[in-house]
Design a protein around this ligand. Structure first.
Ligand SMILES: Nc1ncnc2c1ncn2[C@@H]1O[C@H](COP(=O)(O)OP(=O)(O)O)[C@@H](O)[C@H]1O
Ligand SMILES: [Mg+2]
Length: 350
């Protein structure tokens, strides 16, 4: 990451406004928050800063003059602060005070709402393409239920009746599990705070959903999971990322078959998720464009061109990176790398 591109920001005031700015700016990788200060040691923003590992400054003059701050956001609401800053801030630092900081906060909030809308619309558009898969997966147990019920109507042996009733119950449970998976997936990502998400479980959940969206016919699956791989983020959003990447991989192998390899790795305190296919590959000239909104090479109704754009937005928000390695007709590997890996459930392995 190029540190020179970073905007170094200091936040003065850690009340509600300061806390909200901290939360929002912290999500933007090109912004480095060099510190937050408040006269009140119990201010809510200071506690949040400690959670996010953002430095809490005990004294304003130090924060303002050190660190090569390029932007000072003053949300103290203290009229004397403005005068102080104009007298003491480094000449290269810009100050956004009071109403300007509030405006910034509102704009960022507005943008994240728009982003959430875009994510949801893309997800719903994707679900349209699930229809065939769902119909197929629901029709199989339904046919089974029909056959069993027809037998039951004629059956005289009580034991056989019990067995067939049990089979019907199982088939109905399978059908409702499909409906449950899909309703859960189609709902809006819940806006809860970041949590530790077990990656392997999410990948399995994503595979289940992706199977409705595309045909895995003639596709061999290889799973290589590093036990305990976990990342920090919103579980619904990570699921969305994984469904997108798996669906793209399967689409790339459609009609030709191939191997889908899903790997998780832990190294140097980082979690890596790799999704590889042996499909059509991506034209090197197009590699820069695939993350652009509405870039698609798929037929109308098959692709929205928003999948990778949303993937990138979410991965950035999680402070991760995404890399692509592709060869025409050789296949493609998408690698997601996330910081702050924490091992979960290690104890159960040995
Ligand atoms: N695994 C892959 N193999 C080959 N091409 C891919 C792969 N993933 C993405 N692409 C290319 O990137 C484009 C954009 O992907 P995406 O943003 O998910 O939109 P969509 O899937 O709706 O087309 C695809 O249309 C395709 O050309
Ligand atoms: Mg896609």
């Amino acid at each position: 990451m190029e540190r020179s591109d970073h905007t170094k920001v200091a936040i003065l005031g850690a009340g509600r406004g300061g806390r909200a700015l901290l939360d929002l700016l912290h999500q933007i990788p090109s912004i480095e928050i060099v510190g937050i200060a408040d006269r009140n040691p119990a201010a809510p923003g200071l506690e949040r800063a400690r959670e996010l590992q953002v430095p809490v400054a005990t004294n304003v003059p130090d924060l303002v003059s050190n660190h090569g701050v390029s932007l000072i956001l003053d949300v103290t609401g203290d009229p004397e602060m403005e005068t102080y800053l104009h007298a003491h801030k480094p000449p290269t630092a810009n100050v956004l005070s009071g109403s300007a900081s509030r405006l910034l906060w509102k704009l960022i909030q507005h943008e994240s709402k728009l982003e959430a809308e875009l994510l949801q619309s893309e997800k719903l558009a994707g679900i349209g393409s699930f229809a065939a898969g769902i119909a197929h997966d629901i029709n199989n147990p339904l046919q089974l239920i029909l056959g069993l019920a027809e037998n039951l109507a004629e059956e005289r042996d009580l034991n056989a009746v019990h067995q067939q009733a049990q089979d019907i119950i199982e088939a109905v449970k399978r059908t409702s599990a499909i409906c449950r998976d899909l309703t859960r997936y189609s709902r809006r990502a819940s806006p809860h705070d970041d949590v530790l998400v077990p990656v392997n479980e999410k990948l399995d959940e994503a595979l289940k959903i992706a199977r409705y969206a595309s045909s895995f016919h003639d596709i061999e699956m290889i799973k290589q999971y590093q036990p305990g791989a976990a990342v920090k983020g919103n579980p619904d959003e990570l699921l969305h990322v994984l469904v997108n990447l798996i669906t793209n991989a399967v689409h790339a192998m459609e009609g030709r078959g191939g191997t889908l390899t899903i790997e998780t790795l832990l190294h140097d305190g980082q979690v890596e998720i790799r999704i590889s296919d042996t499909g059509c590959g991506i034209d090197p000239d197009k590699l820069d464009e695939i993350f652009e909104p509405f870039f698609t090479t798929k037929a109308p109704g098959k692709g929205t061109g928003l999948g990778l754009y949303n993937v990138k937005t979410i991965v950035n928000k999680m402070h991760g990176t995404i890399a692509v390695d592709s060869r025409i007709d050789g296949g493609t590997t998408f690698t997601l790398t996330f910081p702050d890996a924490e091992l979960v459930g290690q104890g159960s392995l040995s």
